[in-house]
Design a binder for this molecule. Structure first.
Ligand SMILES: [Mg+2]
Length: 273
């Protein structure tokens, strides 16, 4: 039998307390919990290598300056440890690194593909300075945050195979940064996110192909083309760092590649040599 779990009454009451905009950034720094796969990286299961999402550099510089940052991934510990290589010099600033062992799963569930729920109460027990008023979970999976939905910044999934990404690029991390620049001045994150949820540029697609607008001269007929609402000074990008892992020695430096033009098949076959 599947047990349906819902947010607690206490949590929902807290999310109804009107958030105030502070004159200076909230103190202590708000807690930003990062998912990895699909949020910051896209992994190649066959080789274990991964691509790091465009605009990660400025995003990492910003979040590690302005938030207490931790990782919570449902991947297994050795994979999380490998993925955390993406943080470079910032890695030592991670407050906690949580993995699949931190979900309280049974052995059977740990070893199967169950939907894991990121219950923030687990974290708030470990980090007593934090609660629903000052915690943000950045994750591409809405189903993982059903217990504290108003602390969730739902980003679009990053998938380096995606034709939309390869044809049009993206600036999701720059967009999230712009959103967090507002959230960090709020004294009740859960209320702010409830009233002003993050909207990914990937979900703001053009709607003028529905026939409501008969101005044919300006119609864009590519239904898969994300809208050009854009962020000032930020262009869509297909540039990613490709991290490769060497089983027998030091991992090579990440390679900057452009997935809008690079031949992925050729790259994969080179890796497998
Ligand atoms: Mg994910």
């Amino acid at each position: 039998m599947v047990t349906v779990r819902n947010p607690s009454k206490g949590y929902l009451d807290q999310a109804n307390v009107l958030s105030k905009t502070l004159d200076s950034v909230a103190r202590p720094k708000q807690l930003l919990i990062l998912d990895l796969n699909g949020t910051l990286v896209s992994r190649m299961k066959s080789t274990g290598s991964l691509y790091l999402r465009p605009y990660h550099n400025r995003f990492f510089d910003y979040i590690f300056d302005n938030f207490t940052v931790m990782v919570w991934s449902s991947a297994r510990p050795h994979n999380v440890d490998k993925m955390c290589r993406i943080f470079g010099e910032h890695r030592k600033k991670l407050r906690l690194i949580w993995d699949r062992t931190n979900f309280g799963l049974s052995t059977k569930d740990y070893n199967s593909k169950v939907v894991t729920i990121k219950d923030l109460e687990f974290i708030w027990k470990s980090l007593p300075d934090y609660d629903a008023t000052n915690t943000i979970l950045m994750d591409d999976s809405p189903e993982k945050t059903i217990l504290q939905p108003h602390n969730h910044c739902v980003v679009s999934e990053f998938d380096h195979h995606s034709s939309t990404f390869r044809n049009h690029g993206e600036y999701e991390l720059a967009s999230v940064q712009s959103y967090l620049e507002k959230v960090q001045y709020q004294d009740n994150v859960s209320n702010y996110i409830k009233n002003h949820p993050y909207v990914s540029p990937a979900n703001a697609t053009n709607s003028n192909s529905n026939g409501d607008d008969d101005d044919d001269d300006n119609d864009d007929d590519d239904n898969g083309d994300p809208s050009d609402d854009s962020l000032p000074g930020v262009a869509r990008s297909t540039q990613c760092y490709h991290y490769i892992f060497n089983k027998y020695g030091e991992d090579p430096a990440p390679i900057l590649c452009d997935l809008g033009t690079d031949d992925l098949t050729a790259r994969v076959s080179r890796l497998q040599l």
